[in-house]
Design a protein around this ligand. Sequence first.
Ligand SMILES: *Cc1c(COP(=O)(O)O)cnc(C)c1O
Length: 460
Amino acid sequence: MASEKIPYKIYLSEEEMPKTWYNVRADMKNKPAPLLHPVTGQPMGYEDLRPVFCDELIRQELDNDTREIPIPEEILDFYKMYRPAPLVRAYCLEKKLQTPAKIYYKFEGNNTSGSHKLNSAIAQAYYAKQQGLVGVTTETGAGQWGTALSMACAYLGLDCKVYMVKCSYEQKPFRREVMRTYGASVTPSPSMETEVGRRILAEHPGTSGSLGCAISEAVEKATTTPGYRYVLGSVLNQVLLHQSVIGVEAKIALDKYGVVPDIIIGCAGGGSNLGGLISPFMGEKLRGERDYRFIAVEPASCPSFTRGRFAYDYCDTGMVCPLAKMYTLGSNFIPSASHAGGLRYHGMSSVLSQLYHDGMMEAVAVEQTKVFEAAEEFARVEGILPAPESSHAIRVAIDEALRCKETGEEKTILFGLTGTGYFDMVAYERFHNGEMTDTIPTDAELEASFARLPKVPGQE
Ligand SMILES: *Cc1c(COP(=O)(O)O)cnc(C)c1O
């Protein structure tokens, strides 16, 4: 038996590393619904999207058919700086929980940006560079995406302009300075730099900003500045595609030891890490080759899957972005100020939304105090200090492992550990001081937000 013991960490050699991204849409019978123009309500094609996004990224966004997409050599080289991401067998956590379950996690926090977001940041910056662009604009809430994009742009010599939600800009000066260290310019949003920013400031003087508002500013800046395009860190099909490197790597590593997970768990903000992690496994399920349970974990304060509507909605507050069909709480919904900034988005990836709608995956919502209990339990035995977002997945992995303890089932659980929490110590402080609260929106609050969903033909 001892010789069969799975290593504590499973790494891949350079030859074993994935050379292609896997596009799960190719195996979906019901494809995700197309993006619609925010004014005309018509499906958006390649030409419609060109003023906003990079050409090659639009092709990837619209490609529902190509199963394997080669990862360009330059991106593979960049990936080598921090990949493969280790696949860890959580022996210590299993022992602590006294569970018969086998727990694995894929750790994406092994780079300076501290999360999986770098996987797509480098891809998006690469295609912008290929197109001969000068730079890219984006928004960032908690700061992880802006940090990742700054690193990627610095590596390729691209200009990077980040609109950072004003309250984060003020509350997270360290994230801001990491971005500036990598050469990005960081503007608190709303700002006087854009028309939409000036309009919002005139209407709401003293506002501390929101992600939806920062998106509107970044899009306006990109479309009005020659040589710039807008890039986004989650939600879009192209981001899920790039993040499939997480799942493909995990699958190669598990296959190497003949391990087959029963349950695959990930936190869901816009859905990119979860979508990336489950993609190759979901492909097998869609093709009828193997069955898995997939669980999306979201905050009870922002429950897009478990309490949202499957409907076309705006991706931003300023209503300049395309409409996407997704599980949404409404673009006007402002979630309470939870500490998992990366999970505070009102909508969800169209790909995952369709899969959830078709019954291919499950979702659960968890409260943040319970999430921090799990984070601390994990940190104390596995060593890694997890990000609050990632800790949502830890919570449910622990819950599933404890269920196995009750039933005696030896299930194999795989979860995505998306990043580290060094910049989230204020949240940990609140938790330790017993000052952390759980805010759950009421049905009436959600209904008020649903009532303002856009009117789209075929959507009542
Ligand atoms: C942004 C972020 C998330 C959530 O984003 P998804 O697109 O849903 O993956 C999760 N974990 C960390 C650490 C993040 O930075």
